[in-house]
Unconditional design. Structure first.
Length: 292
């Protein structure tokens, strides 16, 4: 085995961790894969033998690559309003996540959290993800952001407040989540408007991404119930699944994935719904899952 092969094997030992960093930073598996590839290229061009902490070095380099990608993405979105989308969901069988998904989810990164992270500035997101989620010291994060340590602490603090204020805390009991999702499905299939309203929080928010570049947002239990009834026919081909570690739903008539619905349940009611119905992205996620 030559030196480059040995380095590649060492790098592969860190791939799952780097994917976890990239997923939290970018919310996209394809973008995270691109960032991992760039991180490998930078490692292969470095003096790898002099690295005493390869994992730490890779984490900070991955963070720097993701930061550049986020800044580029922000510029594109400022140039065009048609560039909004939900993060990629992680879908597993309702019986439980597989080991790879468990490693990727780690601290239960729900889709609702990723949506909030997408509202942060690139520097805020980096400071929060690297420090709060991966325990990277502020001094090292500051070097990546190009700010002082004190400023970097402030970035993370602002991000933390936004996350705490905007991310609902889900009920932890998966069995109870399943009961609520089953009730939602039964009411949708039966066309029972009142039963739908009863299972939804009065201030529920639904966000739907159909791939047209603009998220559809519906607010309030009655409006969301009316939306659910307008698509009641799809409820008959929907089934519970784990979406980012919480009970949600997938719609897959004839085994072909049509949509993924992430649900956040708090105090026994649905407070947020995120629906991904972008066919090209769903097909890509299916292919990646098949490669597994």
């Amino acid at each position: 085995m030559d030196e480059n092969d040995s380095l590649a094997l060492r790098f592969e030992d860190h791939r799952t961790h780097l994917l976890a960093v990239g997923y939290r930073m970018l919310g996209s598996f394809s973008d995270a894969d691109d960032a991992i590839q760039e991180t490998w290229l930078r490692l292969s061009r470095s003096e790898a033998d002099s690295l005493t902490n390869l994992g730490g070095w890779l984490t900070t380099v991955m963070g720097r690559v993701c930061l550049d990608m986020l800044r580029s993405r922000k510029v594109r979105r400022e140039d065009s309003i048609d560039d909004q989308q939900l993060p990629d969901p992680i879908v597993s069988a309702v019986e439980g996540t597989d080991p790879e998904h468990e490693a990727l989810l780690g601290d239960s990164v729900g889709l609702a959290l990723l949506v909030v992270l997408d509202t942060l500035t690139p520097a805020e997101r980096l400071a929060f993800v690297l420090h709060d989620m991966f325990a990277v010291p502020f001094e090292e994060v500051a070097a990546v952001v190009g700010k002082t340590t004190a400023t970097t602490r402030q970035l993370a603090s602002r991000a933390r407040r936004r996350v705490q204020d905007s991310t609902p805390v889900p009920d932890p009991d998966l069995a109870r989540q399943r009961e609520v999702v089953d009730a939602f499905l039964a009411a949708s299939r039966g066309g029972d408007f009142d039963a739908l309203v009863a299972v939804l929080d009065p201030d529920v928010v639904l966000r739907a991404d159909t791939g047209v570049g603009i998220l559809k947002v519906v607010r309030g239990a009655e409006a969301v119930s009316a939306q659910a009834l307008s698509f009641a026919r799809f409820a008959h081909s929907s089934m519970p699944a784990l979406v980012n570690g919480a009970v949600g739903m997938v719609n897959a008539p004839d085994g072909r994935l049509q949509s993924v619905m992430a649900v956040t349940i708090t105090n026994g009611r649905i407070v947020e719904i995120h629906i991904l119905a972008d066919r090209p992205r769903l097909e890509r996620l299916e292919r990646e899952a098949a490669r597994g």
